[in-house]
Design a protein around this ligand. Structure first.
Ligand code: NAP
Length: 295
């Protein structure tokens, strides 16, 4: 059982997002007062229904805090060279501070080539190899939004990660690997698990913090969690009734963990919030660049 109470405390991604977005409003005003209208270009290729929902949510979140957002939609057969040409134009457009290409892209388009074509100083998704390198070496750069949102959630419960054992389940470039690097940067001892991990339960039972980022519901059950552990659920799946759910057996694990994120209402809203904050960061960097006199 959870040592302090009967069930885990929720880390509420909606409430934390509201707080962070309210604070971001002041930064938007400051930018505007200095002649910069922060703007994000969102590109969607094809008609993937989930992607359409994601981009709509991102565009709305931008508008809500006063960030300009331009949604560009292209048909599923849009040519790769046309897409690269458009990104090149957006890279040069001084009025655009962030560029987001919604993934997945149709199979005839090389997603890596598209990501690498985005100017690193507009890579607000943090997927460019320059952003990944900056994270790995501890240099300033844009951090991928989902793991960065997870870090903010850990910060919100004042968890000191120094010396803690964190287990990340999943090793994708957009969630698992950057998550592990961010935890490492905060002095956690980190284990990364994946589909070839021999005994997942033996790993998770040692963890003070578990981040589940797999995309399989029920991957983490109560018997796999040390009492008092903090559990973050990144997964987005559908249950038998078609309802959104995470990777974690929420009802079971909340009886054991000290803190847990729900799905929906956990990591998902934080991902969008971090995208907004990255866009503001990109705009602020533009502002300082315009203020710095050229040698
Ligand atoms: P992904 O690229 O498919 O990666 C999944 C990872 O899980 C892989 O590293 C895979 O290992 C590992 N895995 C698969 N089966 C496993 C098992 N039985 N035991 C341990 N590890 C296993 O997915 P992703 O893009 O990282 O996303 C993960 C989940 O997070 C998905 O549900 C996605 O929808 C969700 N997501 C949510 C948000 C949000 O905002 N809430 C954002 C992004 C993603 P291998 O590398 O060995 O194949």
């Amino acid at each position: 059982m959870n040592p302090d109470s009967t069930v885990a405390q929720l880390i509420d991604g909606v409430a934390l997002s509201q707080k962070l977005r309210a604070m971001a409003g002041a930064r938007v005003e400051q930018l505007k007062a200095n002649g910069i209208a922060p703007a994000l270009a969102v590109i969607l290729v094809g008609d993937n229904p989930a992607s359409q929902v994601y981009v709509r949510n991102k565009v709305k979140a931008c508008k809500d805090i006063g960030v300009q957002s331009v949604l560009e939609q292209y048909p599923g057969d849009f040519a790769q060279d046309q897409l690269l040409k458009r990104i090149d134009e957006l890279n040069r457009d001084q009025s655009v501070h962030g560029i987001l290409v919604q993934l997945p892209l149709p199979s005839h388009i090389d997603a890596n080539m598209v990501i690498e074509s985005i100017a690193p100083d507009k890579d607000v998704d943090g997927f460019h190899v320059a952003s990944a390198g900056a994270l790995m070496t501890g240099l300033p750069g844009f951090w991928p939004c989902t793991p960065h949102g997870c870090m903010k959630m850990l910060e919100s419960i004042n968890l000191d990660l120094r010396g803690k054992h964190a287990v990340v389940i999943g090793r994708s470039n957009i969630v698992g690997k950057p998550m592990a690097l961010m935890l490492l940067q905060k002095h956690a001892t980190v284990t990364i698990c994946h589909s070839a991990t021999a005994n997942l339960k033996a790993m998770t039972l040692q963890a003070d913090v578990i981040v589940a980022a797999v995309g399989k519901r029920g991957i983490l059950t109560a018997d796999m969690v040390k009492p008092g552990a903090v559990v973050l659920d990144v997964g987005m799946n559908r249950d038998d009734k078609g309802k959104l759910c995470g990777d974690v057996d929420f009802e079971g694990v909340r009886q054991v963990a000290s803190h847990i994120t729900p799905v929906p209402g956990g990591v998902g809203p934080m991902t969008i919030t971090m995208l907004l904050l990255n866009t503001l960061e990109a705009s602020e960097r533009r502002l300082s660049a315009t203020k710095t006199p050229r040698p």
